[in-house]
Design a protein around this ligand. Structure first.
Ligand code: THU
Length: 151
């Protein structure tokens, strides 16, 4: 992904991002699936923006936590600088969840705008000290379609 600024986080940064994802999941509006998800995005100025899943009585309209977080970031005027993402499903127990396919594509939009390849922290749902699986977005979404394809 175009000379992306792949990086690793300090332990403190990682903990802050994971804690923010858990906190976001507490606000999940998931009455239909009863599967609260939280996501937290870390930007290169140190800002952390969060999202939770937002469901709807028309089930198919559900928004994933990562998608909500990206929408918030774009609405704030961010166009890149995405360094890392943490995602957690509170009901996932000791199993870290990974972003769904649609969310990988949505995350890629911000990543591509800033030519970063964000670290994705897939966090187990059983507490802040649980398992964390790490991957970069380009491995979760190889050969991504992005804004450059339309240029
Ligand atoms: N969900 C997310 O928020 N992110 C994902 O990456 C996977 C799924 C939400 C959507 C729905 O509200 C609930 O989890 C169950 O699928």
């Amino acid at each position: 992904m175009g000379g992306g600024a792949e990086m690793s986080l300090s332990g403190d940064q990682e903990q802050a991002l994971i804690t923010a994802a858990f906190a976001a999941a507490e606000h999940a509006y998931a009455p239909y699936s009863d599967y609260p998800v939280g996501a937290a995005l870390l930007f290169d100025d140190g800002a952390i923006l969060t999202g939770c899943n937002v469901e709807n009585a028309s089930y198919g309209l559900a928004l994933c936590a990562e998608t909500v977080a990206v929408a918030k970031a774009l609405c704030e005027g961010r166009r890149g600088g995405l360094l890392a993402v943490a995602v957690v499903g509170l009901k996932a127990g000791a199993d870290p969840i990974t972003p769904c396919g649609r969310c990988r594509q949505v995350l890629n939009e911000v990543a591509a705008l800033g030519a970063t390849d964000p670290l994705v922290l897939c966090v187990a749902g059983n507490g802040v000290g649980g398992e964390v699986r790490r991957a970069v977005l380009s491995t979760l979404l190889p050969h991504a379609f992005g804004p450059a394809n339309l240029a």
